[in-house]
Design a protein around this ligand. Structure first.
Ligand code: TMP
Ligand code: MG
Length: 286
């Protein structure tokens, strides 16, 4: 049906079920579909030429906008909390307060640096941010078929927008839920707006933004893309869901986490730096 599903990076617990969902979504057609995707390490690459690619936070961390002292502190936080994020031996309940701690400390540090809004474009341009291979086909295809794309990110909205704007794919069908910066009258960062989105409260974020899902209430079929088990709740605000196909990128700690990813995601992409599988499924469905 879709040759890309036979690639060595693709794992499925129940290929027949995947086939059924894809067929049902194809039959219902693009006017019934919406796509909900995480950003960091899902739409962006995990690694390139053996080197890790940056998250939204890392783009700021590696930039000239912050002091060496702040960079060191953010690096310490990453070294402390990232291993917890990907630790398959700890439960979500155990990780949740620690993730809130990570995000809160990181955002406090960024606010102390009074980051300037007018420099964000330059910082993103000079960064190593990289969308996954095939990203243009992905974004263009959705735009062409008027399929709404919700990017739901615990990263930094202002940075994420700049990445997709500079890549030329910030089309009108793209909507973003993320942590947005609040700037003072001089254009310096003074806080983050609204309720914090971290890796394990995307369900609450989805329910808070019920207006968005209300607008799309005729779209009962969802393609969901994520790289964390926390991303699975991104579609919890969708009205009377009929079909959902969940694609999960398994980037890191592959052996330890494979089983849990196979139980949670319909399709698991193991160390796959491309959008090829999602693109092929969308091409088939539309
Ligand atoms: P996502 O929801 O778009 O994937 O963004 C969340 C990622 O951001 C998550 O994998 C951890 C990462 N992150 C950093 O790299 N540095 C930080 O300081 C924080 C708070 C998160
Ligand atoms: Mg992610």
């Amino acid at each position: 049906m879709i040759p890309e599903l036979s690639r060595p990076s693709v794992y499925m617990r129940d290929p027949r079920r995947v086939e059924e969902i894809i067929k049902a979504m194809k039959q219902a057609g693009p006017s019934t579909m919406q796509v909900i995707s995480d950003f960091d390490m899902t739409l962006t690459r995990f690694a390139y030429n053996g080197k890790r690619c940056p998250t939204c936070h890392n783009i700021l961390e590696n930039s000239k906008l912050i002091s060496q002292e702040c960079r060191d502190k953010l690096e310490d936080l990453l070294n402390t909390y990232y291993p917890i994020e990907i630790d398959s031996s700890r439960s979500v309940e155990e990780k949740l307060p620690l993730m809130v701690e990570w995000w809160t400390k990181a955002h406090d540090l960024l606010v102390q640096q009074k980051i300037r809004k007018d420099l964000l474009t330059l910082v993103v341009r000079e960064s190593d941010a990289m969308l996954r291979e095939g990203y243009r086909v992905f974004f263009d295809q959705l735009q062409e078929h008027s399929i709404p794309l919700l990017i739901f990110s615990a990263g930094v909205g202002d940075v994420l927008e700049e990445v997709i704007r500079q890549a030329g794919v910030f089309h009108p069908n793209v909507k973003i839920f993320s942590n947005y910066m609040d700037f003072d009258e001089n254009g310096a960062l003074r806080a983050f707006k609204g309720q914090l989105i971290h890796i394990y409260n995307k369900r609450e974020g989805a329910l808070l933004n019920s207006g968005h899902f209300q607008e799309l209430k005729a779209r009962h079929n969802v393609l969901l893309l994520g790289d964390s088990l926390g991303d699975l709740t991104m579609a919890d605000g969708v009205y009377s869901m009929e079909n959902i196909l969940k694609i999960g990128y398994l980037n890191d700690k592959v052996q330890e986490r494979k089983e849990s990813y196979l139980n949670a995601y319909d399709i698991v992409l193991q160390q796959d730096e491309t959008m090829d599988v999602a693109n092929a499924i969308l091409l088939y469905m539309t």
